[in-house]
Design a binder for this molecule. Structure first.
Ligand code: HEC
Length: 167
């Protein structure tokens, strides 16, 4: 956003950008969309996406196949809670504070994300690792679809969404 702003500074585009910024509601519960994505949506989605997975690793030069999924009730509960939080975040994104001034398509995507998050929560509640994996994929598709439709002004970041678990 800063880079983009510098590029257009001094032009009519800058004037227009300023005018539209001035109309933005100031009371955004999670800051700008970008801040909300970076600080809330991505870290919460990472919890869900990291919950179930598999990987081949080299251990002492030998490939070792590893699979993981939540084991305890508390672990499944944490995964379900991350999905519930994603639904809340989607609903907040669809609220007037974030939706105002966007095309109508915006709320289609926030509703899509809320639905995907609900299915993701149900999958975790039924402790079904395959269903969690699938629901994670559906969720990812909604993230990507909205990023395609509403790319950041500075261009789509190289790797806006990372489904690779941290392990
Ligand atoms: C309703 C539309 C919408 C949905 C759904 C959505 N995003 Fe975003 N996302 C955006 C927009 C718009 C931006 C660009 C914000 C900007 O730079 O102004 C963005 C940017 C991002 C960024 C970059 C933040 C940064 O630091 O620049 C990440 C990471 C991200 N989204 C993650 C996600 C994940 C993960 C999901 C799904 C769980 C998701 N988003 C779903 C609209 C959406």
């Amino acid at each position: 956003m800063k880079i983009n702003f510098r590029v257009v500074a001094g032009s009519l585009a800058a004037t227009l950008a300023l005018a539209s910024c001035a109309k933005e509601p100031v009371d955004l519960p999670f800051g700008t969309v970008q801040q909300m994505m970076a600080n809330e949506v991505q870290p919460t989605a990472d919890i869900y996406w990291g919950a179930v997975g598999s990987a081949s690793e080299l251990v002492d030069g030998q490939p070792v196949f590893r699979e993981w999924q939540p084991e305890t009730d508390a672990e499944w509960q944490a995964v379900a809670a991350s999905a519930a939080k994603l639904r809340d975040l989607a609903n907040t994104m669809g609220s007037p504070a974030y939706a105002e001034g966007r095309d109508a398509g915006w709320t289609d995507f926030t509703e899509g994300m809320a639905e995907a998050a609900t299915r993701a929560e149900q999958a975790a509640q039924s402790k079904d690792a395959d269903a969690v994996f699938e629901a994670g994929g559906t969720l990812y598709a909604v993230c990507s679809a909205c990023h395609q439709a509403f790319p950041p002004e500075a261009g789509i970041p190289g790797e806006p969404v990372d489904m690779t678990p941290d392990q």
